[in-house]
Design a protein around this ligand. Sequence first.
Ligand code: FAD
Ligand code: NAG
Ligand code: NAG
Ligand code: NAG
Ligand code: NAG
Ligand code: NAG
Ligand code: NAG
Ligand code: NAG
Ligand code: NAG
Length: 513
Amino acid sequence: MPPAVQERDIQKLIFLLYRHYVDMAVLRLTSAILFASVLGLSHAQTSSGGNNTVLTTCQSIANAISSASSVFYPGSPNYVADISHWANSSTENAVCSVEPGTADDVGAILRILGSSRTSFGVKGGGHSPNPGFSSTKGVEISMARFSEVTYHESSQTVDIGPGLVWENVYAALEPHNVSVVGGRISGVGVSGFTLGGGLSYKANEHGLALDNVQAYELVFPNGTVATVTSADEDLWFGLRGGFNNFGIVTKFTLKTFPQTKIWGGTIAIPSSSLDAAAGAIASYQANVTDPKATINAQFLYASGEVILDLVVFYDAPTPPPGIFEDFLSIPGANASLVSTRTILELVQFEANAAPAEPNILLNASPVKSFTKPIIESVINETKFWGDRLTPESATIVANIVEVFLPSMFSHGPPSAYPPDRSITIAPINLYLGWTNSSATNTMHDALVQSAAQMKAVTIGDGQDVENAAIYTNYALGDAPLESLYGGNVQRLHEIKVKYDPDNVMGLTGGFKF
Ligand SMILES: Cc1cc2nc3c(=O)[nH]c(=O)nc-3n(C[C@H](O)[C@H](O)[C@H](O)COP(=O)(O)OP(=O)(O)OC[C@H]3O[C@@H](n4cnc5c(N)ncnc54)[C@H](O)[C@@H]3O)c2cc1C
Ligand SMILES: *[C@@H]1O[C@H](CO)[C@@H](O)[C@H](O)[C@H]1NC(C)=O
Ligand SMILES: *[C@@H]1O[C@H](CO)[C@@H](O)[C@H](O)[C@H]1NC(C)=O
Ligand SMILES: *[C@@H]1O[C@H](CO)[C@@H](O)[C@H](O)[C@H]1NC(C)=O
Ligand SMILES: *[C@@H]1O[C@H](CO)[C@@H](O)[C@H](O)[C@H]1NC(C)=O
Ligand SMILES: *[C@@H]1O[C@H](CO)[C@@H](O)[C@H](O)[C@H]1NC(C)=O
Ligand SMILES: *[C@@H]1O[C@H](CO)[C@@H](O)[C@H](O)[C@H]1NC(C)=O
Ligand SMILES: *[C@@H]1O[C@H](CO)[C@@H](O)[C@H](O)[C@H]1NC(C)=O
Ligand SMILES: *[C@@H]1O[C@H](CO)[C@@H](O)[C@H](O)[C@H]1NC(C)=O
């Protein structure tokens, strides 16, 4: 999804890498100071209570869990890994972290957190850019120890641990020549991606990731462990799009599909050819119906102008003629980074692609069909906000046009997300990264304004998207529930009350039913 890195960006990458090491050093220092304060060297907490109460909870957890699980405190490398997020802006300093190793231990932890009313976070891959969604100042639960991939050839399914990232899954399945509907960029977690929806290279063929779940192992907020399947009507509806509202998932069972090598990569298109590219993308959307094909057009602000990194994908070693030629013949298009490769190789290639700025936020604008005027407005928005936000320390100003087939939402029964499956709503994914933490409000406002502008242009283009749902996994943390779940909100609230009467999951962040 985010900007791909070309040779021209290599210097920036080296800089980011360097800064990453500096950041980690800062984090370690912060941790050391924090550790000292938790040990009681700071008197402030004794009377205020807050952190000491949490510390007591941490100790209760440590006493209750089996030897498969552990609690960590600031200063330990596990603690640092547990609280770390892809975007530093969504990392918070927890009082302690816990790495459960069994579903029963997750149950014991939830019971203690619930009865002590302690704030907590649940982290899968840690890729949410919304602060508080998988982070906390209380107890951070890292799912890292749930890291098994078990392929069942007879049922063509795979059990996946929620602590994994997609490249772990692709790597484990590759020897079997099968794959799943999973992530497009390395580092993204199985958990949040699948619980929120899951836009994949293979989505035109098989739907969202959540359409390919066969079962969840779920720890209810009261600590009881259960397996949830389509037989459990309400939970099945709620879990498909509902993130952490109903408990903590300790295993996903997904459908697998035969997998050959694929054809794909990034075509770099210069600023001077954007008009041709906009025409070719609109023509692709209007004409291409082959579900093995997908494109992802990443408009990036770079040195005062807009450039395009167009990710192309075909789910076979070679695409048939007639699909991608229009892109390859755009003047100045450089397709040297497109090749026949494994999905794992493509995902790892796109990885470099996602430099984690210290501060990141995403947003999305809903589109039914990408026409040339909509793409032109995306280009204009990229330029407009690039010019305006670069002086405010923005280092990534990108808008990503994710083209899917109108049938993409038709691959499953009703679910929390998307609230309307009659037509696919594809996202324009707005993406900002910046260095000055004081600029957060400016960036947030820009994302709101720019998405509103794109939506107005889409409506002006004759598309009825006034009430179309925003994709959960790209939405800003303060997005109203109705903007994501539409007419499903009331039912989701009722399901939540039924399965979490004590509102234990209200102690953790995210979109709350
Ligand atoms: C670089 C990048 C690329 C991306 N690419 C794509 C893409 O191609 N397609 C797409 O659809 N999205 C994409 N996304 C969005 C991504 O799907 C979401 O950020 C997703 O939520 C990340 O999952 P995670 O497990 O890493 O997140 P986390 O931050 O760990 O968790 C996200 C949410 O899920 C909850 N959660 C995590 N684990 C569990 C669990 N075991 N049980 C219950 N709740 C849990 C958390 O509490 C949190 O609220 C991308 C994001 C980034 C930053
Ligand atoms: C095409 O891109 C590759 C990889 O980024 C680069 O090495 C090469 O110089 C580019 N070719 C042209 C003609 O720009
Ligand atoms: C509690 O700990 C957090 C860090 O985890 C710290 O920022 C905060 O100041 C502490 N609160 C009190 C009351 O000491
Ligand atoms: C990263 O986040 C931490 C905790 O919120 C903060 O103290 C630190 O300044 C951030 N680092 C950078 C480089 O922004
Ligand atoms: C996977 O495919 C490769 C190449 O086609 C083949 O050599 C190999 O035997 C296959 N492996 C399995 C487990 O089917
Ligand atoms: C479909 O493709 C044809 C041939 O490439 C092109 O002439 C036509 O304009 C396209 N349709 C639309 C609606 O873009
Ligand atoms: C470009 O975007 C800005 C900001 O949204 C808007 O005010 C302006 O009208 C747009 N220009 C064109 C030509 O669409
Ligand atoms: C960060 O932004 C604040 C508020 O706009 C400003 O006062 C400060 O100078 C900026 N810092 C840097 C390093 O640019
Ligand atoms: C825990 O909650 C589940 C789901 O609501 C319920 O089926 C189960 O009976 C509860 N267990 C206990 C011990 O209350």
